[in-house]
Design a protein around this ligand. Sequence first.
Ligand SMILES: NC(=O)c1ccc[n+]([C@@H]2O[C@H](COP(=O)([O-])OP(=O)(O)OC[C@H]3O[C@@H](n4cnc5c(N)ncnc54)[C@H](OP(=O)(O)O)[C@@H]3O)[C@@H](O)[C@H]2O)c1
Length: 328
Amino acid sequence: MQYRRLGKSGLQVSLLSFGSWVTFHKQIDDSAADELMGMAYDAGINFFDNAETYALGQSEAMMGRVLKKKGWDRTSYVLSSKAYFGWRKPKKPNQTGLSRKHLTEACHEALQRLQTDYLDLYFCHRPDKTVPMEEVVWTMNHLIQQGKVLYWGTSEWSAQEIMEAHMVAERYRLIGPTMEQPEYSMFHREKMENEYLQIFKSIGLGTTIWSPLAAGVLTGKYNEGIPEDSRLAIKGFEWLAAKQLNEQRIAKVRQLTALAQELGCSTAALAIAWCARNENVSTVILGATKASQLTQNLEALAVLPLLTPEVLERIEAILQNKPVLPEW
Ligand SMILES: NC(=O)c1ccc[n+]([C@@H]2O[C@H](COP(=O)([O-])OP(=O)(O)OC[C@H]3O[C@@H](n4cnc5c(N)ncnc54)[C@H](OP(=O)(O)O)[C@@H]3O)[C@@H](O)[C@H]2O)c1
């Protein structure tokens, strides 16, 4: 495993990490979660990602049970949660958002469900325009002073919003956001490769990137249709299929699959390594429902050295629909 600093912070996170969205409680039970987290930890993964809203709290509860059973040294891994969406149904006022009340209560609930005394990372899962930035930053700073959170960050915030939080923190001498959790894959690049470039430099932001396989599309598993036991076949996830799956993408995945075969690796490992090769990525969060998937995805580390400038150029040509011309 390789480790990178989370932005300019002193915290080291494994380049590949493991998350539980959709999978924990919905697709897999405790014993499968135990197996996958064990494989991840044994491979050197030290960051496990979660959120209050995943399986409406049940994902945190499952991860908490697995961690308790494993009994790993708490200092050997980094645990996260995120607040914003809430988990109750129906949601009353103050049971969602980034108010001091919800951020604090969601933190307490996450600590209980995960059976831990502190969260290493705590994210504002989305921006909340109804709450003053001062309230968000003061609350996160307070949770840190209380020892309930070690680092706080954002997810899917604009560069401007992150900068505003940073400036509020500077103004009041508080702890500002350390990391952002954006979507990043071969098919989703704007924030990581354009919008955030300035703040990577100016505030040394770390990133824990999500959906590196575009929900599995970049494995090639959807090339011939939607397999029955796959994420995009789950009832209620039609919106995700509409977002991640289309003919143009499949045409590109077919070409990426041919390239991966040439390189002697899986399409999944190629797509994950491609994310990890970006030096502004601190960690790539993997998702998996089966041990065989995780094994394949962990091979991304071995694929990293294969990403020569020539290979990257060929990938770019596929993604941009530009044929690479032969040299004559
Ligand atoms: N901050 C946010 O807003 C946000 C949003 C989304 C996710 N996240 C975090 O990021 C993590 C990763 O996101 P993600 O799960 O969407 O990542 P992803 O890598 O794009 O998709 C993972 C899914 O793809 C399929 N898959 C993975 N490897 C495969 C392989 N080798 N072969 C075939 N299928 C494979 C599995 O689903 P099936 O087996 O069911 O097909 C797996 O659950 C989440 O767990 C969560 O912690 C954060």
